[in-house]
Design a binder for this molecule. Structure first.
Ligand code: IMP
Ligand code: MG
Length: 181
């Protein structure tokens, strides 16, 4: 693909580091949910690579579903507007729901999901996010499980995109040249 070398050069988190942390998260989450069947809800599209790795850490029953959400236009700045592009397939009533996110940024997306999903009366509702840009938070929300806290830089790879590109990169990289939006 053209442009990757110039635009996304700096590795923030190498694949081995991600792999090791996902394994630790798996242990932590497994400890909390043992004896139950958590229902993992992945937020498309950014979280699917992380979710695929996370789910393989569990040696007990889990079920999965996906929500399609779009909160970004074509740039790097959140519009603050969240739109559902794919709804849940099955009911979450009475379920131990674990939302799986790629990154918690302003917190607006998670706040929206929390409000929307709690209406459907899950038994519990928690969030695991691979990345947390805590310094960018404008809404008062927090994740129950965090992979890495990262600085205010725009990252791509391991499922995360910029304009739908770079999701296939195995490492998490900093996008260097950000066109102004
Ligand atoms: P929030 O509503 O501001 O918390 O936005 C969270 C969503 O914004 C994430 O699920 C990502 O899809 C997207 N996002 C925020 N920061 C980044 C980034 O650095 N790289 C790629 N996507 C990002
Ligand atoms: Mg997302």
């Amino acid at each position: 693909m053209d442009g990757i070398a110039e635009e996304a050069v700096e590795i923030l988190l190498a694949r081995e580091k991600i792999e090791a942390r996902v394994r630790e998260l798996g242990v932590e989450i497994a400890r909390d949910y043992r004896g139950r069947t958590p229902h993992l809800v992945g937020v498309l599209k950014g979280a699917w690579v992380f979710m695929a790795d996370l789910i393989r850490q569990f040696d007990f029953d889990v079920t999965v579903d996906f929500l399609g959400i779009t909160s970004y236009g074509a740039g790097v700045h959140s519009s603050g507007e969240v739109k559902i592009t794919k709804d849940l397939d099955v009911s979450i009533e009475g379920r131990d729901v674990l939302i799986v996110e790629d990154i918690l940024d302003t917190g607006r997306t998670f706040k929206f999901l929390q409000d929307m999903l709690s209406v459907h009366k899950p038994r519990s509702l928690r969030l695991v996010t691979l990345l947390d840009k805590a310094s960018r938070r404008v809404v008062d929300v927090h994740a129950d499980y965090v992979g890495f806290e990262i600085p205010d830089v725009f990252v791509v790879g391991y499922g995360l995109d910029f304009n739908q590109r770079y999701r296939q990169l195995p490492d998490l990289r900093v996008l260097r040249s950000q066109p102004s939006v």
